[in-house]
Design a protein around this ligand. Structure first.
Ligand SMILES: *[C@@H]1O[C@H](CO)[C@@H](O)[C@H](O)[C@H]1NC(C)=O
Length: 99
């Protein structure tokens, strides 16, 4: 009995952790879209493709790796501080226009 209930507790905890992770990443995406639209009349811009920063990445590396130009990179990531990238930070690699 005790074993069965601890398995249920473990499954439930896993569910809680997963839903927390999902909630956080959704919130992060929303935050990002708000940042990109901040004060600029780009009503319809939304990030289509996201990349999570890895150890040692620089903005320059990302521009090279994803075949972007500095100006599109800056357009997609308007409030990004390239001197202070952190692991797990979301970078926008492509946009879509929504109406
Ligand atoms: C999406 O990116 C392109 C450049 O790749 C840019 O010309 C266009 O303005 C962007 N769309 C919006 C809504 O900002």
């Amino acid at each position: 009995m005790a074993i069965v209930s601890s398995k249920i507790t473990m499954a439930f905890n896993l569910f809680l952790v997963l839903s927390l992770v999902f909630t956080v990443s959704t919130a992060q995406r929303k935050l990002m879209n708000v940042d990109m639209n901040d004060g600029v009349p780009q009503v319809g811009m939304q990030c289509k493709s996201l990349y999570s920063v890895q150890d040692g990445d620089t903005c320059y590396d990302l521009v090279q790796t994803f075949h972007l130009t500095t100006s599109t990179f800056e357009l997609f990531n308007q409030n990004l501080d390239c001197d202070n990238l952190f692991i797990g930070q979301w970078i926008c690699l492509n946009n879509v226009t929504i109406y």
